[in-house]
Write a protein that binds this ligand. Structure first.
Ligand code: SF4
Ligand code: SF4
Length: 168
């Protein structure tokens, strides 16, 4: 599978699923969609720019993702139309967790804790259909070496966020 197919399949797999069966934005006033100030934003998944375009008003940057290298970052001016959401927003508040066998499970994204009340709860508090879909997305993306490298770096970033003393 090439990168663009993996992105298209991932978006299709998530479809209309959201973290909760109800609108989680009512818990927090849609805290994650209030626009991204300088230094914040969503990492763009490898291949995403091959199949997606984002509104011209959204700021584009490049950042260094440790263990991966330079990666595009997009900063929305929120809130957006649902079909405009980057993949990073579609999988939020979940993040990949690299398993010892090289596959990827899901975890609550520790970097979301400052804004997202769901990130303080276990994965089991989410709609199981959403959690399964995101795990499938990580499996789809990891079928391409570039996707796997990216997910591995994201997993490592969450590990370090949870335990800053775990740096190699
Ligand atoms: S911050 Fe969390 S709870 Fe609030 S809208 Fe975003 S994902 Fe839902
Ligand atoms: S791109 Fe859309 S879904 Fe993502 S943070 Fe911005 S407003 Fe929210």
């Amino acid at each position: 599978m090439d990168l663009s197919d993996s992105i298209s399949q991932s978006i299709e797999r998530i479809g209309v699923l959201t973290p909760l069966r109800s609108d989680c934005g009512r818990l927090c006033g849609a805290a994650c969609c209030q626009g991204n100030e300088a230094g914040q934003g969503m990492l763009v998944y490898p291949g995403e720019l091959l199949v997606r375009s984002f509104p011209q008003s959204w700021r584009r940057e490049r950042v260094t993702l440790p263990g991966y290298g330079s990666a595009p970052l997009i900063c929305c001016d929120g809130p957006c139309e649902r079909e405009e959401r980057p993949l990073a927003c579609r999988v939020f508040p979940l993040a990949p967790r690299l398993r010892p066998d090289g596959s990827f499970g899901v975890r609550m994204n520790p970097r979301g804790r400052p804004v997202c009340p769901l990130c303080h709860k276990p994965v089991s508090s989410l709609d199981p259909a959403f959690a399964r879909a995101v795990e499938d997305v990580f499996s789809i993306l990891s079928s391409h070496p570039e996707g796997k490298r990216f997910l591995t770096a994201l997993s490592r970033m969450s590990d370090v966020y949870d335990n800053p003393f775990s740096r190699d």
